[in-house]
Design a protein around this ligand. Structure first.
Ligand code: HEM
Length: 530
């Protein structure tokens, strides 16, 4: 039973209670008046309302609660699909009223196209996203909008169009450390390992070297392979980074109530992260320490910080922009690599096919170094495997936009969802990528199956937006594909068997902004015997 009225009236006094009551009545009247106004406006634009995903309680919070519960149980993305299917399997856009506000959720590629491309001037990222990330990242490309975002994008983007960012030597150095971590016994088997965290350490090490010219060397630190030469505790850094990301995700899940989350723990992790970043920046800028062995050999390699520092000497800006790229760069690629082995370990026929193709193209050992990242991109079956992994787990399961003015979306209105819908200024539109990537009418009745072959000859449209699209499209797509492809090829060259050590069981999508396996990736590898 609802017991809101008795909640605190006795203790807060009659005056305050009366003011609250007046406020509630005012809110009800204005919302009724506004609703009428919006109905008229909507009809004038030829729009019809989207079907509603109703809450099961009076306050309208049950959907929010269910979604938080599903996320805790590592089935958040699947919950969105089942909730939308409750409204209708052919309904792809729904209104979700929560307390005094409402959201739109759309799995319709036409609406995505409108927000990212044809009507992109009318939509941008929401304050919810910015507020969730702000304590960790500060103002920068990922959190800013309008002129501020344009400034950040203009600063960072040119660096990503350079060929130098696909630095295979850099990736190879960290692949070698990964190989040392995956040591084998006399029969050629590794221990049973959880590959997921190892992949996050790997991508953290490559990303920090790419950004700051020195790596935090978290792989070596965690495995106790060597002690830090640069005074940075890579293991601690990785821990703080992971923990802060989880808290950012929790803040985001609270939507406009993000401020309810206590900040003590977050501040502690952010402080530790910022100290390390500031140290790497000052090391690089002071040029006191330059541990890149490549540079010692006289072949100067690309470091993103050097390029940004040509444009700005503002230390806070350098910290923010590099940290934004670090977050964007480490985690989705680390999660992707973990998932690739999750699926290969469960699909031996696909593993064998991929391995055969890779060995044909790249040779059997590291004695044939891969020097051209274009060769990796041209290995079709490898690319299909990566695409299929991204599709099935939806590495980033949710994107979003907010309406900057009263506007429309082309589809979702009316009983069959074929009419345009009116979108009021300030309404947040959630874009559940997992739900889009699992639509059977788009991907086929086997949309739940892992089947890389579905990518053969497939033309990609707005149903494929794992890297976003339009003006805010991910800058690191090429970086991610190169790094992931290279690492997979090198592992396939060394190991001829991968075994799933977890047994069967449901897939668990553990969301911390990106999806990683909630049960880890517990596998063991067998090394090719010479
Ligand atoms: C599998 C790997 C990756 C996935 C799935 C991914 C996905 C995304 C998505 C969905 C966005 C948001 C787009 C939006 O707001 O609509 C984004 C933005 C971004 N990504 Fe990635 N990303 C990946 C790897 C990387 C890497 C490796 C880097 C850098 C080294 C990177 C750098 C960025 C940056 C800088 C942005 C902000 C763009 C902007 O707001 O203008 N990403 N990415």
């Amino acid at each position: 039973m609802l017991c809101l009225p008795s909640f605190g009236f006795r203790s807060i006094g009659t005056g305050v209670a009366l003011t609250l009551l007046i406020l509630i009545i005012y809110k009800i009247i204005t919302s009724k008046l506004n609703a009428r106004k919006y109905r008229t406006e909507s009809a004038q634009r030829g729009c019809a309302p989207a079907p509603t995903l109703h809450s099961n309680n009076l306050l309208g919070t049950s959907r929010l609660k269910e979604s938080i519960k599903a996320t805790k149980e590592d089935r958040g993305p699947q919950y969105v699909v089942s909730a939308m299917n409750e409204v209708g399997h052919n309904i792809h856009t729904v209104r979700v009223p929560i307390l005094d506000y409402e959201l739109l959720v759309t799995r319709d590629p036409e609406n995505v196209k409108a927000m990212f491309s044809t009507q992109s001037g009318e939509y941008d990222i929401s304050a919810t996203r910015s507020s969730a990330f702000m304590p960790l990242l500060g103002e920068g490309i990922f959190t800013s909008t309008g002129q501020q975002w344009k400034h950040s994008r203009a600063l960072v983007r040119p660096q990503f169009s350079r060929e130098e960012i696909s630095n295979l030597d850099l990736v190879e150095r960290h692949v070698r450390t990964l190989m040392r971590v995956l040591s084998v016994n006399e029969k050629g088997w590794t221990e049973t390992v959880d590959l997921q965290p190892l992949m996050f350490y790997f991508t953290l090490d490559t990303a920090t070297e790419f950004l700051y010219g020195q790596s935090v060397n978290s792989q070596a630190a965690i495995a106790g392979l060597e002690s830090s030469k640069n005074g940075i505790d890579g293991a601690a850094f990785s821990h703080h980074f992971g923990a802060a990301k989880h808290l950012v995700d929790k803040r985001g899940a609270l939507g406009k109530f993000f401020w309810l989350m206590p900040m003590g723990e977050m501040k502690m992790h952010c402080k530790a992260i910022h100290e390390v970043i500031d140290k790497m920046i000052s090391d690089r800028l002071d040029n006191k320490k330059n541990p890149l062995s490549m540079e010692e050999k006289g072949t100067r390699k690309f470091v993103l910080l050097d390029e940004l520092a040509k444009e700005t000497q503002d230390l806070k800006e350098l910290r923010n922009e590099t940290l934004h790229t670090l977050m964007a760069g480490r985690d989705p690629t680390g999660a992707l690599l973990g998932w690739v082995w999750y699926f290969l370990a469960r699909h031996p026929a696909i593993f064998s096919k991929l391995r055969k193709i890779v060995l044909n193209q790249f040779g059997t050992s590291a004695s044939n170094p891969i020097t051209d990242f274009g060769d990796l991109r041209r290995c079709d079956y490898l690319q299909w495997v990566i695409h299929e992994v991204i599709r099935i787990v939806a590495i980033i399961p949710m994107n979003e936009r907010v309406a900057l003015k009263d506007t429309t979306l082309p589809r979702g209105g009316g009983e069959d969802g074929s009419k345009p819908i009116f979108v009021r200024k300030g309404i947040q539109v959630l874009i559940p990528l997992y739900a889009i990537q699992h639509r059977p009418d788009i991907w086929g009745q086997d949309a739940e199956d892992f089947r890389p072959e579905r990518w053969q000859g497939r033309r990609i449209g707005w149903e494929w937006i794992p890297f976003g699209g339009g003006a805010r499209k991910c800058l690191g797509q090429q970086f991610a594909f190169t790094e992931a492809s290279y690492c997979i090829v090198r592992m396939l060259q060394r190991f001829d068997v991968v075994e799933n050590m977890e047994g069967p069981g449901e897939i668990k999508l553990h969301t911390a902004i990106e999806n990683r396996s909630g049960t880890g990736v517990k596998v063991r590898f067998h090394e090719v015997r010479k």
